[in-house]
Design a protein around this ligand. Structure first.
Ligand code: IPD
Length: 290
């Protein structure tokens, strides 16, 4: 499988059953996904805001993370958990579950059917770029019924709403001019201004742009060849963990700025023939926009 640009990779804990981790990721993502659809209250509103007035949390993000923590904690009590809403809980096994209870919260709030539950099992410290990597994970869109999942070395798969399972392969487009590129924007005004400046320079040179509103689904879209590439600044480990593995196991490359691992400063995911050219172009554009 293609690998990411990561300087120091932690060893896998001895005797690790990757297939069991992948099954647990799939089962918990599925149960949590059903929860956010089935238990959604009428007139759902914003429970709190985070980095800006548009960076919202609903009671369902909070409830879903509690559910994920309960399910993972019951199955594997020695593992650590890092979640978007409740932060980090220590463990002793060498595995950390990095979870986003609803990735695409704004879509969820507006009932746009592009949100998901993202559950990744990682080794290393997910708060230190270059010092962690996902080893199993699942991304579940409970509206489309699509379950994307992967484990290290075993490929990435999509199970659709009808239960059909297929192996994923990232696209083979090799020129920027032919590339359909997904991206996302942060929640803070000054960050968005810089992101928009980069996009304004990039868009004349690519096929087109997509902004779906869920980083985890964007990474899975690269894996499925639904877009040729995805890039974003400002991602957190929970946006990235499971989708990173799904993308790389589908043959895509996931990296950061040229020669660097994926990090808050930049995540670029693309089919292998396109990755270097897009990474280099973004690095140039970001220097100008900053
Ligand atoms: C957000 C989504 C969005 C991306 C933002 C993320 P959230 O996650 O993934 O697509 O552009 O950077 O923060 O807030 O919906 O969990």
């Amino acid at each position: 499988m293609a690998s990411s640009t990561v300087p120091e990779l932690p060893e896998l804990p001895e005797g690790l059953d990757l297939a069991a981790l992948e099954r647990l990721a799939v089962d918990t993502a599925h149960e949590a996904g059903r929860f956010i659809v089935d238990e959604r209250p009428g007139g759902l509103g914003v429970a709190q805001t985070k980095s800006s007035a548009t960076d919202v949390v609903t009671v369902m993000d909070q409830g879903c993370e509690k559910l994920l923590r309960a399910l993972l904690g019951a199955a594997r009590p020695d593992d650590a958990i890092l979640g978007e809403e409740d932060g980090a809980t220590d463990g002793t096994s060498g595995i950390t579950w990095v979870v986003d209870p609803i990735d695409g919260t704004v879509n969820y709030l507006y009932e746009i059917p592009a949100y998901c539950v993202s559950v990744g099992a990682v080794v290393g410290d997910p708060t230190r770029p270059g010092h962690w990597r996902p080893v199993a994970g699942a991304v579940y869109n409970p509206v489309s019924g699509e379950m994307f999942h992967a484990r290290l070395g075993a490929g990435a798969h999509l199970v659709d709403a009808a239960g059909q399972r297929r192996r994923l392969r990232a696209g083979e487009v090799d020129t920027l001019g032919q590339a359909l590129v997904a991206t996302g924007f942060g929640y803070r005004a000054e960050v968005r201004r810089a992101q928009a400046a980069v996009l304004a320079e990039l868009i004349p040179h690519i096929r087109d742009i997509r902004r779906a509103g869920s980083a985890a689904l964007d990474l899975c879209a690269v894996a499925a060849g639904r877009v040729d590439a995805y890039y974003e600044r400002g991602l957190n480990p929970w946006d990235l963990a499971a989708g990173w593995l799904v993308a790389t196991e589908a043959g895509a490359l996931v990296s950061g700025l040229p020669g660097r691992p994926p990090a808050k400063e930049l995540v670029v995911a693309a089919g292998a023939p396109l990755a270097a050219a897009l990474g280099a172009r973004l690095a140039d554009l970001m220097t100008v926009a900053d």
